[in-house]
Design a protein around this ligand. Structure first.
Ligand code: FMN
Length: 196
C-alpha cells in the first residue's frame, strides 16, 4: 500500500468528505476551532510566513452584516451555518518574519520590503493555509462549505482593513439534510500528471 495514512482517515479527509451546503444546529465550539488551527498551523508556507488570518463570525449582528456581502446563492447557507469563518491574507506578515523564521531573519528586508511582493506571496501562502484549514475542519469530524461567491471589497471594508485581503468565506458545521450535491468527477492521474 503506497499510502501510510489509515484508510479510515483517508476517507474522513478526502474520499467521503464532501462540501456542505446545509448544516445541523449543532454548534461548533471555540475549542474545536482551536484544535483545528493547532493542527493545521504546521502546514508549510514560504519562509514560514503563515499569512492566513481567520475571523470567526459568531454574533447574529455580524452574521447579518456578512450575509449582505454574499452572492445570492450563498446567502441562506451562510445565514444558517453554525459557524462562519472569513479567511484572509495578512499583507503585513513580514513584521512577524524574524520571529517565525529565526534562522534567516534577513528575509524580511531582503524579500518583503515592497508591498506588491508581500501581497502576491501572502495570497499564495494564505490560500495554501486555507486548504489546510478545510482539511483540518474535516479532521474534526465537521464539514466545510468554502465560498468565493462574495463581494470581497465590501467584505474587506465591513470586517477587515487595507492590510488584509479576504480570500474565502467558509461555512462550518455538521452536514444537514441534503447537504451535498452529487459528487462531480475528478480528473484522472493521466490527465493531470506529466513526467519529463
Ligand atoms: C475556493 C472555493 C470556492 C467556492 N465557492 C463556492 C461558492 O461561492 N458557492 C458554492 O455554492 N460553492 C462554492 N464552492 C464549493 C465547490 O463547488 C465544491 O467544493 C466542489 O464542487 C467540490 O464538491 P465536493 O467536495 O462535494 O466534491 C467553492 C469551493 C472552493 C474550494
Amino acid at each position: 500500500m503506497p499510502l501510510v495514512l489509515d484508510p479510515a482517515a483517508q476517507d474522513l479527509l478526502f474520499r467521503e468528505a464532501r462540501t456542505a451546503n446545509t448544516f445541523t444546529d449543532e454548534p461548533v465550539t471555540d475549542e474545536q476551532v482551536q484544535a483545528i488551527y493547532d493542527l493545521v498551523k504546521y502546514g508549510p508556507t514560504a519562509f514560514n510566513q503563515t499569512p492566513l488570518r481567520i475571523t470567526l463570525v459568531r454574533s447574529p449582528e455580524a452574521r447579518e452584516r456578512l450575509v449582505r456581502h454574499m452572492a445570492e446563492g450563498n446567502q441562506a447557507k451562510t445565514a444558517t451555518a453554525p459557524l462562519v469563518a472569513i479567511l484572509s491574507a495578512d499583507n503585513e506578515f513580514h513584521e512577524e518574519l524574524p520571529t517565525l523564521l529565526p534562522a534567516f531573519p534577513q528575509a524580511k528586508d531582503l524579500f518583503f520590503s515592497e508591498r506588491p511582493a508581500r501581497e502576491s506571496s501572502a495570497a499564495l501562502n494564505a490560500a495554501l493555509q486555507a486548504a489546510y484549514f478545510i482539511i483540518g475542519v474535516r479532521a474534526a469530524g465537521l464539514a466545510a462549505g468554502p465560498m468565493t461567491g462574495v463581494d470581497f471589497e465590501g467584505l474587506r471594508k465591513e470586517f477587515l482593513d487595507d492590510d488584509h485581503t479576504p480570500l474565502i468565506v467558509v461555512n462550518i458545521g455538521k452536514p444537514g439534510e441534503g447537504a451535498s450535491y452529487p459528487r462531480s468527477p475528478r480528473l484522472s492521474y493521466d490527465e493531470v500528471v506529466t513526467t519529463v
